[in-house]
Design a protein around this ligand. Structure first.
Ligand code: PMT
Length: 229
């Protein structure tokens, strides 16, 4: 067998949900299991890529043969992603990042003192957007190929294309998380992949590993196309 299609390529993938602490025992998170991001890590690893998997809170076992970096919060995930960008050839953001975090993190377990409690939340950094902005300032040869995800409940194409343009990604993988067999926690996903020109491919319900394989095919063909230009 010849060299694998992604050998020599470095891929950074994020998976799972971020954890935004309220106090030492309580936090805000979401239902991401990490399965989608793990499937991408495995598909890229098996194609010869050197994979760094940056993962938040996950349920599935982490894959072998990849460098695993565990993080808690969106800020930590942001820092771990950003410091690897200069060495990355491909970045895939499959994690579900909390858009907000508690303004204050209590040092000690909070006591119940009143009948109601208001938690003030502040915006988290948008990691994918930060990646897109970093990329804009790089010479063509140093720009990584960037894939975002979009978890949508309505107007999937409109929101996906808006995210692709705003966050300056090369591809957006949209899942309608209201469909059975798609999105958070499931073994399968149902996705449509969008590029700058609009929909690229609409995939039927498939196990997440098969979605990841197809996504890698699309990424490879677009990266090669980029080199020919
Ligand atoms: O982990 P699983 O259980 O397998 O579930 C898979 C999944 C549903 C989590 C995955 O397929 C998915 O859709 N991931 C993205 C979920 C999400 O946060 O989507 P979003 O539409 O809110 O964000 C759009 C993109 O911006 C995503 O690539 C996200 O990683 C990124 N983002 C969002 C907010 C933020 N503060 N920083 C980000 O980088």
């Amino acid at each position: 067998a010849g060299p694998k299609p992604l050998s020599g390529q470095r891929l950074v993938v994020t998976a799972g949900g971020t954890v935004e602490r309220i106090d030492p025992v309580r936090y805000i998170t979401n239902d991401s299991s990490g399965k989608m991001g793990f499937a991408i890590a495995e598909a890229a690893r098996d194609r010869g890529a050197e994979v760094t998997l940056i993962c938040g809170k996950t349920e599935a076992p982490v894959p072998n043969g990849v460098l695993v970096v565990k993080v808690d919060s969106a800020i930590q995930m942001h820092d771990e992603v950003m410091k690897r960008l200069p060495d990355a050839d491909i970045v895939v953001k499959a994690a579900a990042v909390a858009d907000y975090r508690p303004l204050h993190r209590a040092e000690h377990k909070m006591k119940k003192t009143s009948e109601s409690l208001t938690l003030e939340l502040v915006r988290n950094p948008d990691i994918l957007q930060a990646v897109g902005e970093w990329k804009s300032g790089q010479p063509l040869k140093d720009k990584p190929f960037v894939v975002g995800f979009a978890a949508e409940t309505t107007d999937v194409e409109k929101h996906a294309m808006d995210k692709l343009n705003r966050k300056k990604c090369d591809l957006i993988v949209a899942n309608d998380i209201t469909e059975a067999g798609a999105g958070f926690g499931t073994e399968t996903n149902i996705v449509t992949v969008y590029g700058a020109e609009g929909p690229v491919e609409q995939l039927p319900q498939m196990i997440k590993r098969a979605v990841a394989e197809r996504l890698m095919d699309i990424v490879l063909s677009r990266m090669n196309r980029g080199k020919e230009q």
